[in-house]
Design a protein around this ligand. Structure first.
Ligand code: FES
Length: 141
């Protein structure tokens, strides 16, 4: 996969629960995205609840239960495979998808609208020397 950026492995996402990374759009503006398990595969979504722009993963891993990503602000849940929400404040919305491709357990960013910047949240690159929790940790239920 010559023109795609390798992100991590499916095993890493499955074991950690989620994987936070930062991308940049065509104007160089940063945004956060998360990889989450979806059945035996993975999906990627912009790390933002459509209701009030709450980060789903605030740097400690996204909260996921029974295949649903839980918004930490008002508790709406999103299908990790479809990105859709049918409950709570965010009912009727959908997370913004980020295109990724899996090949031999390796996950590649294939979304032409963004480029990979770094692993972790937007602030992570400035806090590399601090004791910032790893993006691969997660909250389980
Ligand atoms: S900000 Fe996510 S449900 Fe309100």
């Amino acid at each position: 996969m010559a023109d795609a950026t390798r992100l991590t492995t499916v095993d890493t996402v499955t074991e950690a629960g989620s994987w936070l990374f930062t991308v940049r759009d065509a104007y160089g503006e940063p945004d956060e995205a998360i990889l989450v398990p979806c059945d035996d595969d993975v999906e990627a979504w912009i790390n933002r609840c459509p209701h009030e722009a709450q980060r789903l993963d605030v740097g400690r891993g996204a909260a996921i239960r029974d295949g649903e990503i839980i918004c930490p602000r008002h508790g709406s849940t999103f299908d990790s495979c479809a990105g859709t929400c049918d409950n709570g404040e965010a009912e009727g919305t959908r997370l913004v998808p980020v295109d990724v491709t899996v090949e031999d357990d390796e996950i590649y960013l294939t979304d032409r609208a963004v480029t990979f910047d770094h692993e972790g949240g937007i602030e992570a690159s400035e806090d590399d020397d601090d004791d910032v929790p790893s993006s691969t940790s997660h909250i389980g239920f």
